[in-house]
Write a protein that binds this ligand. Structure first.
Ligand SMILES: [Zn+2]
Length: 296
C-alpha cells in the first residue's frame, strides 16, 4: 500500500470515530451518531441503487414463483413485526421517515435476511423454517438488519473501500465541506451492486446488534431472544446453506455482548409490556437444548 493511500485510510478511519455525534436517546442503548464516513457517501444514490436492485430481485423471484404472496401467513407475520419495529427505528436516522419501507419473503432454503439502504427488507424462508424463529427472534434479526440500514453501514463501507481512491484523485472533500464529489457517486453506488452479500466490519455488527435490541425492546419484543437466536445459529444444520452465518459469525462473544446490554434494553421491554422488570418470566424458545434466558 502506498504511503498516501495508507494515510487516507487512517484519516478516514479516525474521523469516523472522533467526530461521532452525541447519543440520540436518554434511555436505551448509548451510541454515537452515524459514522462521519457515511456523510461522504452519496447516501441518496445508494438508496436509489438499492431500491432498483431490490425491485429486480423481487421481480425475478416472482417469475420463479419464489416471492411470498401478500396473503401468505409468513408475509403477513413479517410485515406485522416490521410495522411494530419501524416507528422505533426513525429516531436513529432522519432520512428513514421518508423511506418507502418494503418487506418481502423469498422462497429459498438459504438462512438469510437483509435490509438494504432505504428500508428494503427481505427474509428467506430458510431462516424462518430452519431456525423455527419465534416472533421475538424474527424481531431480533429484523432489528439487526434495519439497524445496519439506519446506521448507514453500507454507505460507510462504500466510502471506506473508495477512500484511497478518493485521496489519489485529489478530491477536495475537506475544502468542500458540503459532502461528496458527485463524480464518484457512480462508482460508490456501483459498489452497491451486491450489497446484500457483503460483510460488515465487526464494529458494525456489534452496533447493529445493540441498536437492533433497542428497537425490538421498545416495540415489545424480548431482547433476551437474541441470546437464544445465536444459540440456535450455533446449532444450525450444516446441510442448509448458511448465507447469513457467513456474514454474521455466531459466537460466544456475540452472545456475551447481547447479555452485556440487557440492563439497558430490558427496562424498555418491561415498559412496552407494562410489566415490572422482576415480573417478567424467563425467555423460552421453541427448541430443545436451549435453556430459558433469565434477566435480571
Ligand atoms: Zn449484520
Amino acid at each position: 500500500m502506498k504511503l498516501h493511500t495508507l494515510f487516507a485510510a487512517v484519516l478516514f478511519a479516525t474521523m469516523g470515530t472522533a467526530f461521532a455525534q452525541n447519543a440520540t436517546s436518554q434511555d436505551g442503548v448509548k451510541i454515537g451518531g452515524n459514522s462521519l464516513l457515511s456523510k461522504f457517501a452519496p447516501v441518496g444514490a445508494l438508496e436509489n441503487q438499492a431500491a432498483t436492485q431490490y425491485a429486480q430481485t423481487m421481480q425475478q423471484a416472482e417469475k420463479q414463483h419464489a416471492l411470498g404472496p401478500d396473503n401468505h401467513p409468513q408475509v403477513l407475520r413479517l410485515r406485522a413485526i416490521a410495522n411494530k419495529l419501524i416507528p422505533y427505528s426513525l429516531k436513529w436516522n432522519e432520512r428513514a421517515k421518508q423511506w418507502k419501507w418494503e418487506i418481502n419473503l423469498l422462497g429459498s432454503k438459504q438462512i438469510n435476511a437483509y435490509c438494504m439502504p432505504g428500508g428494503k427488507i427481505a427474509f428467506y424462508s430458510g431462516i424462518l423454517d430452519t431456525l423455527k424463529l419465534t416472533d421475538d427472534e424474527v424481531a431480533i434479526v429484523m432489528g439487526h438488519e434495519i439497524a445496519h440500514a439506519l446506521r448507514e453501514h453500507g454507505a460507510e463501507r462504500a466510502v471506506k473501500s473508495s477512500a484511497a481512491n478518493l485521496f489519489v484523485k485529489g478530491v477536495e472533500i475537506f475544502a468542500g465541506a458540503k459532502g461528496y464529489d458527485p463524480n464518484i457517486a457512480g462508482s460508490i453506488a456501483g459498489g452497491a451492486a451486491n450489497m446484500t452479500m457483503l460483510k460488515f466490519s465487526r464494529d458494525n455488527e456489534t452496533e447493529a446488534d445493540i441498536v437492533g435490541l433497542d428497537i425490538a425492546a421498545r416495540a415489545g419484543y424480548d431482547p433476551r431472544a437474541g441470546v437464544a437466536l445465536w444459540q440456535k445459529m450455533g446449532m444450525v444444520n450444516k446441510g442448509a446453506p448458511p448465507q447469513w452465518l457467513s456474514t454474521h459469525p455466531a459466537g460466544q462473544n456475540r452472545i456475551a455482548e447481547i447479555r452485556r446490554h440487557l440492563p439497558e434494553v430490558m427496562p424498555l421491554y418491561a415498559k412496552a409490556k407494562a410489566l415490572s422488570l422482576n415480573g417478567i418470566a424467563p425467555y423460552r424458545t421453541n427448541v430443545k437444548g436451549i435453556d430459558p434466558v433469565t434477566y435480571p
